[in-house]
Design a binder for this molecule. Sequence first.
Ligand SMILES: [Zn+2]
Length: 250
Amino acid sequence: MPVYTSDALILRTYKLAEADRIVVFLTRDRGKKRGVAKGARRAKSRFTGTLEALTRASVAYYERELRDLVRINYIEPQQSALAAVARGTQNASALGHAEYFAELIDEWAPEGHADERLYRLGASTIDALASGAETERLARYFEFWLLRLQGVYPQLTVCPECGGAFNGGAVMRPREQHYVCRRCAASDGTTVSVAALRFLRAAAAANPVTLADIPLEAAPSRELEIAHRRLIQAHLEKELKSVRVLRQIR
Ligand SMILES: [Zn+2]
C-alpha cells in the first residue's frame, strides 16, 4: 500500500459507520481526496481537533488499489480558525467563514487532480484568517480569486458592450454574468460602485496578508457580496449551506 504525506486543507467530514468519519481534503500535490479517519468520533481520538473546516495540516494516508477512499493515518494540524479563536486572534465569525471557504473549495476542486493555485489560495486564506484578518474583506477577496482561478470572473477593464471605461461603476443585469457600464445597463441590476471596483483592482495584485492595507467599506463590500453570490450561484447552480450559516451569524 503506497503511503503519502501531503500538505492539505481539510474541507469537510461526514459520519461513517459507528465511530468513523470520512474526511474530504485538498492536497497540494495530488488534488482532492476522500479518506476514512478510523475512530474519529470516539471521545479520545487521535483526530480530535484536527478536522475543523479549512484546517491546514500535514496529512498521511494510504492509498488502496481500486478503492476511492484512502485510509488516513494521521493529521497534524498547522493552522485553523478554531485555534485562532482559542488564541483570541479571531472571533466567532471566523469559524463560519472558514466553513464557507472550505465549502467553495470543495465545490470547485476537481477530484484527484492537483490544483496548486487553488490550494495556495485556501492555505493563504486560512493563514490570514488565523492572524486576525477582517473576515468580510477576506471573503470578498477569496470569492474574487476563486472565480478568477476558474476563469469565470467577468472582465473589469472595459465595458464589453461599448468599450468604454467603468468610470461610474458597473452593473450586472439580471440573468447575466458580466458587468456592463452604467450607460449600457439601461435597466436595473446588481450595481458595483467605483469604490468596489477599486478594491477588486487592488485585490488582483494583493495577497491575503497585504489585503489589510486595501480599504473596503461596508457598502461596497455588500455590493460585491451580492454580485459574487450571483456569479457563484450561476456557476454552481445551487446555494451553499454555509451561506445560510453566515446569514444567521450576522
Ligand atoms: Zn457600456
